[in-house]
Design a protein around this ligand. Structure first.
Ligand code: C5P
Length: 211
């Protein structure tokens, strides 16, 4: 063929997936799905941030599954240690505000929005320009303000509103919180899961209720 250069066999899993693709049913063909995943990081100063225990596994698994079912998937991800699933376009962001901007840029042309990201609820009112120094014996006070609620904004869109799915990870009163979230955020579906030692964060298994 005239091409020369170093070559490398695809990973077997990628090869199998590519071979199977033409034979798989593609019920989500021609659908565009935007998925948020992972945590966000809200900086306090140049070296520190507020964040949470999200690994991104749930959002990335959903992105992979949606792609395998034929959808075009845009994955908007906070910082995680995972590779983007094959065939999925990933946009990397850090803060809740950056995640919102990335979501709004894609939302008008999408059919389904799935907000899986564990978006931080608070950010500091003012990010310190220099590293905050320890003042021995003094408690440190931070003033926090709410971050934008991405799911809430998508759910309340007056036009081009996609089918909107949110997640609820709770430690108590799972169903009551899920129903409340469904109404408050105007979502179409809430995926509720109880966070415990074995389920919820950074786990390969999960058990959920769909509300
Ligand atoms: O209100 P709470 O954070 O428990 O709701 C969780 C759901 O809302 C998840 O789907 C999460 O991705 C979404 N969310 C969001 N933006 C926020 C907070 C939560 O999109 N600032």
């Amino acid at each position: 063929c005239g091409e020369t250069g170093p070559g490398r066999l695809l990973e077997p899993a990628e090869l199998v997936a590519a071979l199977l693709e033409p034979f798989c049913q593609q019920p989500l063909a021609n659908k565009r799905i935007v998925i948020t995943a992972g945590p966000t990081r809200e900086p306090l100063d140049p070296v520190r941030y507020l964040s949470n225990r999200s690994s991104g596994k749930m959002g990335y698994a959903l992105a992979q599954a949606a792609h395998d079912l034929g959808a075009e998937v845009i994955l908007i991800s906070g910082p995680v240690a995972l590779d983007a699933p094959n065939g999925v376009t990933r946009q990397s962001v850090n803060t809740a505000t950056e995640m919102l901007t990335a979501v709004l840029a894609e939302i008008k042309s999408c059919d389904v929005f799935i907000g899986v990201a564990a978006v931080a609820d608070y950010q500091v009112a003012t990010i310190a320009r220099d590293k905050i120094k320890k003042q021995s014996g003094e408690p440190l006070q931070l003033t926090l303000t709410e971050t934008p609620d991405i799911l809430h904004q998508v759910g309340h869109l007056s036009e081009h509103r996609p089918f909107t799915v949110g997640f609820a990870a709770e430690t108590t009163n799972l169903m009551a919180h899920a129903r409340d979230k469904l109404a408050r955020k105007k979502a179409d579906l809430i995926v509720a899961n109880l966070v415990s030692q074995t389920h919820g964060f950074d786990a390969d298994d999960n058990a959920v209720c769909l509300v």
